[in-house]
Design a protein around this ligand. Structure first.
Ligand code: MN3
Length: 194
């Protein structure tokens, strides 16, 4: 509050996110049943269980990142990033202002449900924005999502009605940059080649 309202966040977390957790558990359990000979493996795996797992699993993961992409302004939400992430944003987008505009335009252009995501592409170590639809379409394999914003209507409808643009503008005032910066540092840390 006041940028994002409590009622929306409570419903979003307790009802919508819970739906993905239940859906993922159901898909995993359906896959286990199929491996144990219950039901037609080919039919169910290709048409339902695997797709459900990708949809609900990606929905669950992105919502987990969403909650921790935010903080109330009194606890340090909003403002601008610092440290290595700040330098990387300047290097990849030209300026923080450019990044902010691109991140919001990206979310505004999602058709239907989806996300605007700031991610690190691991091969070239570039930061980029992804305009993900549903939870799993239009992504790049291997990227590390650093900052995500849910742009489905349930994320803003009570306070912002159909004004997604205003919601995205308000979201900029609650970004938990210290957390996003930690994710960036972890994603950039050297890993053993595999
Ligand atoms: Mn949602």
């Amino acid at each position: 509050e006041p940028h994002i309202d409590e009622e929306t966040m409570t419903l979003h977390h307790d009802k919508h996110h819970a739906g993905y957790v239940n859906g993922l558990n159901k898909a995993i359990s359906a896959l286990k049943d199929l491996r144990n000979g219950k039901g037609d493996m080919e039919e169910n795996m290709t048409r339902a269980a695997l797709k459900d797992m990708a949809f609900h699993g990606s929905g669950h993961l992105l919502h987990c990142l969403f909650w921790t992409s935010m903080a109330p302004p009194k606890d340090g939400g909003g403002g601008e990033p610092s440290g290595a992430l700040k330098d990387a944003i300047n290097a990849n987008f030209g300026s923080f202002k450019n990044f902010g505009e691109q991140f919001q335009v990206c979310g505004n252009g999602v058709q239907g449900s989806g996300w605007s995501i700031l991610a690190l592409e691991p091969v070239s170590k570039q930061l980029l924005t992804l305009q993900v639809e549903k939870h799993q379409d239009i992504t790049i394999w291997g990227v590390a999502p650093l900052l995500v914003v849910d742009v489905w209507e349930h994320a803003y409808y009570i306070k912002y009605r159909n004004r997604r643009k205003d919601y995205l503008k308000a979201f900029m005032d609650v970004i938990n940059w210290p957390n996003v910066g930690k994710r960036y540092d972890a994603a950039m840390a050297p890993k053993s080649e595999s």
